[in-house]
Design a protein around this ligand. Structure first.
Ligand code: IVH
Length: 674
């Protein structure tokens, strides 16, 4: 039965609403409705389309979930070729580029350049006809690409229908498809959990996802898109400048980099390059440089092209994040929980301005998978603020004598047997606290600034204390006196006195810090805080069972099991008793859990913050606050990062208090200390 007029109208309305909410959520990062409401609209449309397949249009948001797999990719001809860019690697090369531009234009003043990050992903051409996405194609050789419409449709920030009106009947938009770092890490983690290899970097992951024949695979990949240019357009250019054209795209709901800026002359270019370089590691995605484009289209036209690249644009590349070096040795480190971690000792190499001498090799599986051997020449990568990684070996340079690496079966520190860990790929030393490495690590962790914060108890001192048998458990620290301490290497009477004073001061702490300091497996700072807030005192936590523990935000079965196991060990209870007897104390919140300082407060986070939003959310929630997505009169305060938009405006309109990140941090720290 064909659809009635009402059903047709309803489907059209639903499509429009869903597309709008999609834009609010994925492009503006500013949803207007809760997720359940969005799901409800989508399900209603799905039902209608199932009932009446003729209602399923090319721009239907239901298509995002991924349709049937393809047999092969179709070829797409780019009527306006997709070009590449010249590169510049230094300020001199930038100056030479700017000089060429000015000379050709016979410009008297400075040229205005549009500056954008050079995203490390895959170039794509989106074709919109009458405002509807009809085709997405890869760059290919610039003239012929592959049709990847089925996959691109699944990317939530790519509009299936342009918003508003006034777009040309035919509009080709160009941009980059990329995978944000967080999504990439999560994807690889899932792959590894299944025993698969994972992708070497976000770029490969994005490319691999687009090259899938089955769109359901792409639909599960966390891809994103920013546009940076134009292809064929029916009514000629959209504006008189590149930036003006991009602004029009943004107005039609296409995602545009918030970093796009117009700068003046080569000096402006260099300033932009330095500024974004400084923030590179803090961005959510990988960039490999900056692209500068002469902003005025009239000037672009006058400059024209050389072979495959425009004369009006240049990519200023960042120094490579990957370098080659020799792996001298693989050493084993023993951690606080006894985990044995292989570490690569490298011939020092400068990677993007930092000298790298070590890289983690994670575990034996990883070494085997990559077949890393001592003496190998390896590719080392430093991305974001993460620890350097060995990406792969260069097999052609392997010395003939190199042998596969085998994990030792005895702890290199204490000689105890090494045992496999059931839930992880890790192996552990079975020596427990008899293993000096574990003992030292446990004490170092206990004394750390974010744990008990014992000032002056550094690594070297801990080593001596453990090696001389003066300290076996954290509780022993509180029995140390100035005479014993003063007798240690590099310790005078004064520093001994200071340390005893610091030990005394550390005794007044918070339950959260104390729990974190205990070093219970998988209980990091945030979990410790959540446990402390939930239970309010140590005794109640000690009595909690696995089921009860899972009622604490973010505590899953693994963490719950570790907590219960910890409090079941007679030895641990004994040390706990000694610690409390030594005078460690904290204030129990009056009224327990209900007295959490931000209980009853509603908070909205918006804009870009220096750390992932989830982290702030968790901390706020631990203090009892409710974190929501939209600003209303009920909101107690809005935290606005950089580039905060609509929500900040709403807060202003409703007179809701606004905090910047610094203000939030101050507030959190004040309460977290309590
Ligand atoms: S403009 C005619 N802008 O870099 C100009 N490209 O090396 C064509 N890319 O294939 C490209 N970010 O994949 C341009 N903001 C940006 C870019 C960008 C990344 C990539 C793109 C292109 C390659 C050229």
């Amino acid at each position: 039965m064909s659809a009635t007029r009402e059903e047709r109208d309803r489907a059209a309305l639903l499509r429009e609403r869903i597309n709008h909410h999609n834009y609010r959520y994925y492009v503006l990062d500013d949803p207007e409705i809760p997720d359940v409401e969005y799901d409800r609209l989508l399900r209603e449309l799905q039902r209608l389309e199932q009932l009446h397949p003729e209602l399923k249009s090319a721009d239907s948001p239901t298509r995002r979930v991924g349709g049937e797999p393809l047999e092969v990719f179709a070829e797409v001809l780019h009527r306006v070729p997709m070009l590449s860019l010249e590169n510049a690697f230094s300020e001199q090369e930038m100056s030479a580029f700017d000089k060429r531009v000015r000379e050709r234009l016979e410009a008297s003043g400075e040229v205005i350049y549009a500056a954008e990050p050079k995203l490390d992903g895959l170039a794509i051409n989106l074709r919109y006809e009458a405002g509807v996405l009809v085709q997405a194609a890869t760059r290919g050789d610039g003239t012929r690409g592959e049709d990847v419409t089925h996959n691109v449709r699944t990317i939530p920030s790519v509009p299936l229908r342009l918003l508003g009106g006034g777009w040309p009947p035919l509009l080709e938009v160009r941009g980059e498809i990329f995978m944000p770092r967080a999504g990439f890490e999560a994807l690889n983690e899932r792959a590894r959990a299944r025993g698969e290899k994972g992708f070497a970097n976000p770029r490969n992951a994005a490319a691999g996802s687009l090259r899938q024949l089955d769109p359901r695979v792409a639909a599960r990949r966390p891809l994103a898109f920013y546009c940076y240019g134009f292809g064929e357009i029916s009514d000629g250019p959209l504006a008189e400048s590149h930036s003006g054209g991009i602004r029009r795209l943004a107005g039609w709901g296409l995602p545009v980099s918030p970093e796009l800026e117009c700068v003046e002359g080569v000096e402006g270019c260099n300033r932009y390059y330095a500024a974004i370089g400084a923030r590179r590691d803090a961005l959510d995605y990988d960039i490999d440089g900056v692209v500068f484009k002469v902003d005025r289209l009239e000037q672009q036209q006058a400059l024209g092209f050389v072979s495959r690249a425009p004369r009006w644009a240049i990519a200023r590349k960042f120094p490579a994040q990957e370098e080659m070096t020799r792996l001298r040795r693989i050493e084993i480190q023993v951690g606080r929980t006894g985990a044995l971690t292989p570490v690569a000792r490298l011939e020092p190499v400068n990677v993007a301005g930092v000298t790298v001498t070590n890289a983690t090799l994670h575990n034996e599986d990883e070494i085997r998978r990559k077949d890393i051997r001592e003496g190998d020449t390896v590719i080392v990568r430093r991305a974001g603020d993460v620890i350097p990684q060995v990406v792969r070996v260069v097999p052609e340079r392997r010395p003939a004598a190199a042998v596969p690496f085998v994990m030792p079966n005895h702890c290199p520190e204490c000689g105890a047997e090494v045992i496999g860990d059931a839930d992880q790929a890790a192996v552990r030393c079975s020596g427990g606290l008899f293993c000096p490495a574990q003992r030292k690590e446990a004490i170092r962790h206990f004394a750390a600034r974010r744990a008990m914060d014992i000032e002056g108890l550094g690594e070297k001192l801990i080593e001596q204390l453990v090696e001389r048998g003066l300290v076996t458990t954290p509780a022993d620290l509180f029995g140390l006196d100035t005479v014993t301490l003063a007798g240690l290497e590099r310790m005078g009477g004064k520093s001994a006195e200071n340390l005893v004073r610091a030990l005394e001061a550390s005794k007044t702490t918070t339950l959260a810090r104390f729990l974190f300091a205990l070093g219970i497996r998988e209980v990091g700072e945030a979990t410790a805080r959540a446990l402390a807030n939930h239970y309010g005192d140590l005794e109640r936590l000690r009595q909690a069972d696995v089921e009860d523990l899972q009622g604490v935000p973010d505590v899953g079965p693994v963490v719950a099991e570790h907590v219960v196991t910890f409090f079941r060990q007679a030895h641990n209870l004994e040390v706990l008793g000694q610690l409390l007897a030594a005078g460690i104390r904290w204030e129990t919140p009056v009224g327990g859990v209900a007295a959490r300082p931000l209980a009853g407060h509603t908070v909205v986070l918006t804009g870009t913050l220096s750390r992932p939003r989830g982290e702030f959310k968790e901390r706020l929630q631990s203090l009892g606050a409710k974190v929501t997505g939209s600003v209303s009169r009920k909101t107690d305060f809005v935290v606005a990062g950089s580039e905060a938009g609509a929500k900040l405006a709403t807060a202003g309109r409703l007179g809701v208090e606004v905090l910047d990140e610094e203000g939030l941090e101050r507030l959190l720290q004040r309460f977290e200390q309590e």
